[in-house]
Design a protein around this ligand. Structure first.
Ligand code: FES
Length: 178
């Protein structure tokens, strides 16, 4: 593999990307697979402009197409994510069972308080200390468990204020140890 000398990426990162691009080549949906692995490789779970430019050059895919993919799929992040991600479902079943109150309370606890502003249905917020990301999704496909909250990729059903607060305290303790 030949690294791109004009790329600002470290050579080790270029080699990693070259490897996953070679591994996916010819697979249907290979661009998605490449982007997913590239994001997973980044400790803060996001795709930087430099990484996207590199993938575009190496796969000969126009940057516009790459950006349309990463902005379409909610799983991709264009900004560094917090050490912990809490994702609240805002689908109808979860909404009717109180997900909006959970979201508002979580936002307040993590320092996002603007009482005049309604929480948007599709949000991605990072705390300034880099410890937490709050996100929302349209539906986890687990409506019978509403309201559903995902904490660091683990799904919790029938969440309420108390259990969410306990999770938050647990995350706070675990994050402090690291
Ligand atoms: S609406 Fe929340 S899991 Fe479906």
């Amino acid at each position: 593999m030949i690294t791109l000398t004009s790329s600002p990426l470290a050579e080790s990162d270029q080699l990693f990307l070259d490897k996953i691009i070679a591994g996916q080549s010819g697979h249907p949906g290979s661009l998605l697979g490449i982007l997913e692995k590239a994001q997973d490789h980044e400790p803060r779970k996001f795709l930087s402009r430099e990484v996207l430019e590199y993938i575009s050059a190496k796969t000969e895919t126009p940057q516009a197409r790459i950006y349309s993919v990463v902005t379409f799929y909610a799983l991709f992040n264009l900004e560094p994510q917090g050490k912990n991600t809490i994702c609240i479902c805002r689908g109808t079943a979860c909404h009717t069972r109180g997900s909006r109150d959970l979201l508002e309370s979580l936002m307040f606890k993590l320092g996002f308080h603007n009482p005049d502003e309604e929480p948007a249905d599709k949000i991605s917020l990072n705390t300034s200390d880099g410890k937490y990301t709050i996100r929302t999704v349209a539906c986890f496909g687990q409506c019978a468990l509403a309201p559903v909250v995902e904490v660091n990729h683990e799904v919790y059903g029938h969440m309420n204020e108390q259990t969410l607060q306990r999770e938050l305290e647990h995350l706070g303790r675990e994050t402090a140890k690291k």
